[in-house]
Design a protein around this ligand. Structure first.
Ligand code: TYM
Length: 363
């Protein structure tokens, strides 16, 4: 059994779209079936862009509800059975994240962070260093702390987070080199404090394109398909999805490649509920589309119905959870307790390794 850890930031409005699902949550669900799983709501990360109290509160609540509904909709027989395989918690409930970040600050070269895409992309726009807060600049370090505290083997994420995992590995390597440690804690002689984590990024969902067919699906670009919105909104999002611009009439031969409706159908077309399963209905529609025997509206309607069916359990679980805050609190309470225990143990090792423990320590 391996250990995995991942997180989602409650940015945008905190809700999840099918890009988050395919790029991250679907992997959480598959991996959680056979591995020890830590999942965090990265609320401290959201502070880099959200400086409105009510918005942060709302976003965090929305993300917790969305993510739990997806996880429980697929993994739990009922909401009352909780979330047995997963340690689910909020980053800000485990103080060790910021404590470790403080220590990692000192083994991380400035240049490493200056090369981070998120920071460089910001500067490439019409933003100057004066407009960027230090939190955004040191975002990769907080993320490194998030990961290293739990010593995971795998970090399932979308491709946009890959560089952050590489930075994490770099920082962990530097720390281990500067502070080789003989841990008396477990009777081991020379042992590294940190494990170098591996990113887990399945190629077919590394970057899920949005309904415009051009850019990564992202709330801020307005090219998403929602999971928990009202049916009418989801229908509109599906109807606005990019298909084949060269096709004028339904009787013209159509293209499948780059046609986002078919890209999404490959994942959600009935009965493809497990990873990579092909299905006859989608293949039939593709064939008909290529020959000009089926119109865009018909395939879009099929995508809309497939999405509602695919997420039916999750949407039902969502409605149930809204009226049962005590279930959510229990999951968070249990998750936080477990996360604190693991993070606390790592911090004991870190404090010892760097020399913060001495004969006057309070113990
Ligand atoms: P965030 O909140 O931006 O995104 C959550 C996850 O969804 C993936 N994702 C996508 N994957 C493929 N195609 C898309 N269109 C798409 N949109 C989003 C992201 O890659 C991510 O995996 N910094 C992280 C959160 C975080 C974290 C961590 C992750 C904080 N601490 C520790 C892993 C480990 C973030 O902001 O992801």
């Amino acid at each position: 059994m391996k250990r995995l850890l991942s997180g989602i930031t409650p940015s945008g409005d905190g809700s999840l779209h099918i890009g988050n699902y395919l790029g991250a949550v679907r992997q959480f669900i598959e991996l959680a079936k056979t591995n020890e799983t830590f999942l965090m709501v990265a609320d401290l990360h959201a502070l880099t862009t959200i400086q409105d109290k009510a918005m942060l509160q709302k976003n965090t609540e929305t993300l917790i509800l969305n993510e739990l509904a997806l996880l429980m909709g697929e993994l739990s027989p009922s909401t009352s059975s909780g979330l047995p395989n997963i340690t689910f918690f909020r980053q800000s409930d485990v103080a060790e994240h910021t404590e470790l970040q403080s220590i990692l600050n000192n083994v991380t070269p400035l240049g490493l962070l200056k090369r981070a895409h998120a920071y460089k992309d910001k500067l490439a726009g019409d933003v100057t260093e004066e407009d960027i807060n230090v939190g955004l600049f040191s975002y990769p370090m907080l993320m490194a702390a998030d990961i290293l505290l739990y010593k995971p083997d795998l970090v399932p994420v979308g491709k946009d987070q890959k560089q952050h995992i590489e930075i994490t590995r770099d920082i962990a390597g530097r720390f281990n080199k500067i502070y080789p440690t003989s841990l008396k804690l477990r009777g081991a002689s020379k042992k590294n404090v940190f494990k170098l984590p591996e990113p887990y990024i399945p190629e077919e969902v590394a970057v899920v394109l949005g309904t415009d067919g051009k850019r990564k699906m992202s709330k801020s670009l307005g090219n998403i398909i929602s999971i928990f919105e009202d049916e009418e909104i989801i229908r509109k999002q599906v109807m606005s999805t990019y298909t084949d611009p060269t096709r004028i009439h339904a009787s013209d031969p159509g293209h499948i490649e780059g046609n986002m409706v078919f890209t999404y159908l490959d994942f959600f077309g009935d009965p493809s509920t497990s990873l990579g399963t092909r299905n006859a209905k989608v293949d039939e529609l593709k064939e008909a589309y290529r020959k000009g025997k089926v119109g865009d509206i018909e395939v879009k309607n099929y995508l809309y119905e497939s999405l509602l069916k695919y997420f039916d359990n999750a949407r039902q679980t969502y409605r149930e959870l809204v009226s049962k805050p005590e279930i959510i609190k229990k999951i968070l309470r249990d998750g936080t307790e477990k996360a604190r225990a693991v993070a606390g143990q790592t911090m004991t090792e870190v404090r010892e390794a760097v020399g913060l423990v001495n004969r006057y320590s309070l113990g």
